[in-house]
Write a protein that binds this ligand. Sequence first.
Ligand SMILES: O=C(O)CCC(=O)C(=O)O
Length: 258
Amino acid sequence: MLSTEQFEALDRDGFLVLPGLVPADRLQQLRERIEELFEHEGENAGSEFKKETGARRLANCVDKGDVFEWAVRMPEVLEAKAHILGEEFKLSSLNVRSTNPMSEADQPLHVDMNAIADERGYWVANTIFMLDDFTPDNGATRVVPGSHRWGQRPQEQMADPFAAHPEQILVTGKAGTVVICNAHTWHGGTANRTGGHRRAMHAFYCRADKPQQQYQKRLLRAETQARLTPELRKLLALDDPLNDAISAEVALTSGFLK
Ligand SMILES: O=C(O)CCC(=O)C(=O)O
């Protein structure tokens, strides 16, 4: 499904922008369900993972409606993940991050899970679903192209990872765009200087031998686990003893700059 040129761009830049991948009806269903969840969860929203000043967050989204299930098994996304991580990978978490109107601060540049590629290669890969247009003013994600190849973390190389990096670019696009991200690439959300929310959903994957950010087997209710297809059970590593051994302890402890 992805072309040779797209794979080359992903390898070179560490991210790939795929416009128009989410159909309008899916986009609408997602936005509606997400707003329902923010309303319903109130102060607890995001608490399975973390809360963040300046942004609304939801975590553990596979457990929160079947509208989320298709997102974690989109063929284009899975193909790109296999390219980055190798054939053996799993979902690490499915979260929503919505930058508040007039939020003042950029996130620091970071790599997800603080991950550095090891002797087997890359082990984290993220996906940003733009649920609203990402514009230069509303908190679009900043990315430093090629930084996944440096084998370094921003907080060790920059005096101030909150500051602008000379090589950073803003990833803008229309709602429905999907950004595939090698999550070793330095990136972060930016300040939202508009009066509207900027909503994104993050489908985050990791290599099979690494811990999940959110241990799906513990977080998903029994009724959710019972309805998942074998394909999804495998993708979430629900029947994987190795995952049980490595994910239970670190679950819920990892965030950027930790
Ligand atoms: O929402 C974004 O633009 C990026 C968020 C991100 O990188 C994070 O929360 O780790």
